[in-house]
Ligand binder design. Sequence first.
Ligand SMILES: C[S@@+](CC[C@H](N)C(=O)[O-])C[C@H]1O[C@@H](n2cnc3c(N)ncnc32)[C@H](O)[C@@H]1O
Length: 210
Amino acid sequence: MRRKQRKLQLPEKLRWNHNEWYRRWLLRQLPSRVESALDVGCGLGDLARSLKADRVTAIDASARMIERASATSDRITWIHGNVLTHDLGRYDLVTAEASLHHLPLREGLTRLAELTKPGGTLIIIGLYLTATPADMAMELVTLPANAVVGLAKAINGTGGKPHDTEMPMVMTAPTLPEIRAAAAEIVPGARIRRHLFWRYSLVWRAPEVH
Ligand SMILES: C[S@@+](CC[C@H](N)C(=O)[O-])C[C@H]1O[C@@H](n2cnc3c(N)ncnc32)[C@H](O)[C@@H]1O
């Protein structure tokens, strides 16, 4: 089900990029040796450029994102296309940073799993809708922490725009229970963690045969 996420917004000067914050965490989850990697919904390609792999492919449905991303690196194979329908291979590593909520949850997760080679790794940093009592309790910590980090970043000059103005955004997301239920069926054994700033992570090692 897709409902709107309503968040208390900080003043413009104190806003910052939560995806970037979790990118460092994501990069620490990478297997030590990766031959082929695919970044799904790559946007401007910041994550794709940070992936350590022999071959990196990045796909985005926005022609403008791919046009801008491809101007930044020719080490990466940039694809303008819909991940659900584009003819792609299978990869040792598949990443999706803030892009799964752009897709229908079960179809998107199934597709990401299919794109992951047997024995490969799928890593998702995703957005979830604040809906449950546990989510609300988390907000009591998240909201002040968000303001403190925003203030610290504004003071040391590392803040700035939470996202690029040309980046496609959607204001809906599944809830964490919906994500856990879909994952239990589609990527059983995946490790799902709730993170502080409205994000969750999902790490799945694909079985050797799937
Ligand atoms: C919020 S942005 C995140 C971009 C980037 N991963 C980041 O973290 O900065 C989501 C991206 O997913 C892309 N996207 C949405 N639906 C897609 C689809 N079906 N196939 C490929 N990319 C898609 C959008 O065009 C957008 O660039």
